[in-house]
Design a protein around this ligand. Structure first.
Ligand code: AGP
Length: 611
């Protein structure tokens, strides 16, 4: 998804902006650009289709000296990827704008501006913003006031950065519905759609709130006005994660690095939250215990991988906490006439905390009489975290690969903590709690052992490189794990993959099975194992080739057409977490064999900040 970087500094900012764009590459984009005020007071722009490296080449040939500028990576929404559609967009030669989000009333505004004689050079919704600000600037020459008057005309979601050649060393930023942060430097100030873009210059950030407008100027001056135009102070926060997260280290891809970080981040997610024999309910916040006692029902809302985590949690919450649970994708939930029984807790799951559909669902839910909202999220200071009553941070550290890996397993860990916290206040048997707490403590070690199976998994991946389709099967809480396995494979290897509860096979998908259809299944040692084995026989009888990840204690043997990889025994309730790992590694190796862009798969964005 689009990314914004801006800088007003004591030095040339081209390098700072370029590095910022590189750090935003993980979000997914198709073109990039930059506009800088030259020392002579001229606004100069460079843009390029494709990777930031292409822009870098342009800049090497035609550098942009200057101490104030804005830059952008674009993920096409209005108009195809092209240089003309890449940001910054200009109105004439003296004003430039970068924008994330969507201006919903852009067509009407475009007609109005065209009628007044403004010329449009792109197909984007953003260009109307450039012309509107330029028109307003013509009235009183005040960039901040011009942006404020422009915002009053815009419907939709945006984060904006604006520079004018007539106001040297000034950037005006604004946010509504899309994230924007201000980086606080020493005598310098920065703008970014994500703090990661600015970690090379500062670790101190001021998170803008909905409707805020900010003016950055020389000497590191930062003035924030709220939606009503009143000057406000926003707290400066120090970014918690080390900058090491933004580099691949010795790994070939961020995704592989993040897969291997899972023992450490699962341990981090558990830290400070486990007592001797039960979960520490107070780790959810001081009001949690009283609130949890009132919970009669739970609605979980999320997108993509986070939605799969919610589906697993339904099995856990109903079984151990005895609470009825409904799980739904955010983009559907928000357009339904939802019935909210008394005492319903609203839970959102999101790695980024900025997913537009999930955020909109939270805002929709706020009007529907829920008991409270709980966000399970990985990004401190994100919109979801700020707007929820309770938060549980997943502690995965920045996830750069577009395909979610460590964010998913830490979400599951957090959801098991929630299950046990709710179970505790609702009288879950103490021995069951103690058993699960002990199993959670042992989980990072087991994850480590599964990662050690990587060479065997890599060998299995060879069988997939030439395939066009794959089928994933699971039962119970492992059906969502099969869904997640299929999502990983299609996201990064572009192989069409589907997932079914294994018992559904005979109701239709079995027709797809032949020797060309690899069938992947997870077979932990649980009460559904025998039923799963029968389902796998149904596949084998039709010539389907099976790849089974099975508990070392279930005695499943290799035979012709059946490849078995044994995983260490794990408490059956935690098996969904452990069995995710081989599926992540399998997808990764298949994608590497196919030569795809593993960390930035085509058409996808890390943080989906548009509806
Ligand atoms: C996961 O691999 C995907 N890239 C995607 O489905 C993601 O989980 C989804 O967009 C939700 O993102 P969030 O967790 O940041 O809200």
């Amino acid at each position: 998804m689009c990314g914004i970087v801006g800088a007003v500094a004591e030095r040339n900012v081209e390098g700072i902006l370029l590095e910022g764009l590189k750090r935003l590459e993980y979000r997914g984009y198709d073109s990039a650009g930059m506009a800088i005020q030259s020392p002579e007071g001229v606004l100069q722009r460079r843009r390029a289709v494709g990777k930031v490296a292409a822009l870098e080449e342009r800049l090497a040939a035609e550098p942009l000296p200057g101490r104030c500028g804005i830059a952008h990576t674009r993920w096409a929404t209005h108009g195809r990827p092209s240089e003309a559609n890449a940001h910054p967009h200009q109105s004439g030669e003296r004003l430039a704008v970068v924008h994330n989000g969507i201006i919903e009333n852009h067509e009407a505004l475009r007609r109005e501006l065209v009628a007044e004689g403004y010329r449009f050079d792109s197909e984007t919704d953003t260009e109307v913003v450039a012309h509107l600000v330029a028109r307003e600037l013509g009235r009183d020459g005040d960039l901040l006031a011009a942006v404020q008057r422009t915002l009053a005309r815009l419907d939709g979601a945006y984060a904006l950065g604006v520079v004018s050649a007539d106001e040297p060393d000034v950037i005006v930023g604004a946010r509504k519905g899309s994230p924007l942060v201000v980086g606080v430097g020493i005598g310098e100030a920065f703008l970014g759609s994500d703090p990661l873009a600015l970690l090379q210059v500062t670790d101190r950030f001021l998170y803008l709130r909905e409707g805020d407008v900010v003016r950055l100027s020389a000497g590191g001056r930062i003035e924030v006005l709220d939606a009503a135009g009143t000057p406000v102070e926003r707290e400066v926060q120090t970014f918690e994660h080390g900058d090491g997260a933004a580099s691949k280290g010795d790994y070939r891809h961020f995704m592989l690095k993040e897969i291997h970080e899972q023992p450490a981040v699962i341990a981090a997610a558990l830290e400070g939250r486990l007592g001797e024999r039960s979960v520490l309910v107070e780790s959810f916040g001081p009001e949690a215990e009283v609130l949890f006692r009132q919970v009669r029902q739970i609605h979980i809302v999320a997108c993509g991988t986070s939605y799969h985590a919610g589906m697993v949690a339904r099995y856990w919450l109903e079984r151990f906490a005895g609470v009825p649970v409904q799980v739904e994708v955010a983009s559907e939930y928000r357009y339904r006439q939802v019935v909210v029984p008394e005492g319903t807790l609203f839970v959102t799951l999101s790695q980024s905390g900025e997913t537009a559909d999930t955020l909109a669902a939270l805002r929709f839910a706020r009007e529907r009489g829920y008991l409270a909202s709980l966000a399970i999220c990985n990004v401190p200071g994100s919109s979801l975290v700020r707007e929820s009553d309770l938060t549980l941070m997943t502690q995965a550290g920045p996830e750069i690969g577009v395909a979610s890996t460590k964010a998913f397993t830490t979400q599951l860990t957090a959801l098991m903590l929630l299950t046990l916290a709710l179970g505790r206040v609702r009288g879950l048997d103490e021995a069951v709690q103690a058993d699960l707490v002990a199993a959670l403590r042992g989980l990072p070690g087991l994850v480590e052992r599964v990662l050690a199976l990587d060479p065997e998994i890599e060998a299995l991946s060879m069988a997939f490189a030439e395939k066009h389709h794959a089928l994933f099967l699971g039962r119970g809480a492992h059906f969502p794990i099969a869904l997640e396995g299929a999502l990983k494979l299609k996201e990064i290897s572009y192989i069409h993959a589907e997932a079914y509860p294994a018992g559904e096979l005979k109701h239709g998908p079995l027709a797809l099975v032949d020797s060309e259809m690899p069938v992947i299944s997870v077979a932990p040692n649980d009460e559904l194992l025998d039923k799963l084995k029968s389902n796998l026989q149904e596949v084998r009888a039709r010539g389907g080739v099976l790849f089974v990840f099975a508990d070392e204690q279930v005695g499943m043997a290799e035979e012709e057409g059946v490849h078995v990889l044994h995983l260490p025994h794990v408490h059956e309730a935690l098996a969904p977490i452990l069995y995710t790992l081989p599926l992540q590694l399998l997808s990764y190796h298949v994608a590497v064999l196919k030569g795809t862009d593993v960390d930035q798969p085509r058409n996808l964005a890390k943080s989906v900040t548009v509806e």
